[in-house]
Write a protein that binds this ligand. Sequence first.
Ligand code: SAM
Length: 222
Amino acid sequence: MPMRFDILTIFPGIFDSYLHESLFKRAQKQRLIAVRAWNIRDFTDDRHQKVDDRPFGGGPGMVLKVQPILAATKKITRVSAKKGKAMRTRTILFSTRGKRLDAAMAKRLAKYDQLVLICGRYEGVDERVAEHIADEEVSIGDYVLSGGELAALVLMEAVSRHIPGFLGKEESLEEINGSFPTYTRPEAFAPRKGGKLWKVPGVLLSGNHQEIEAWRREKGKA
Ligand code: SAM
């Protein structure tokens, strides 16, 4: 059964291009993953389709309301429950106050059947979403974005790399040996005619796999 990513956003179109290229495109075709972006606006009980309102206590900007987000998460988990097998679902709210996304978190989240990803916008999301709906809050870094959509893409990519088959034959050495400098042809590159050549380290041309591994481990520590 494919791992499900259900994204809650007011800008579902943002995901169109990225999710229909490269590894995501292939993984969806191979049914390794299933991704659906839901428009929060479709779940508001407001007759003007408003999904935000002014913050209590004053202050700038607008805040995303709890009602449409609760309605959407209920619908999403009902849809997946209908598929029979009880899904192990984790609901994530993207927030600047969240736990920082790292490789260990990505690996942990890859074990769920379904991730519901709530993307905030404007001045943020009514805190009752964090208190009563989300299982955890996640930040992708110590800076403020305009919305949670980029965070959702980053998290989906980091998690998907732990799904068997997602990387296919492009098995990434990163997952196996950690990160280290990598080179490709030509062995020596002339940035300008007669200038100093930019050369590939000799050890990588030696064919001596032990030395190469040692060099990569050494460089990977940098
Ligand atoms: N004061 C709000 C807060 O602390 O969340 C800022 C809201 S921000 C302008 C709008 C939305 O973008 C947030 O609700 C969150 O979903 C997302 N966002 C912004 N920065 C983020 C980050 N570093 N990591 C994850 N999500 C972020």
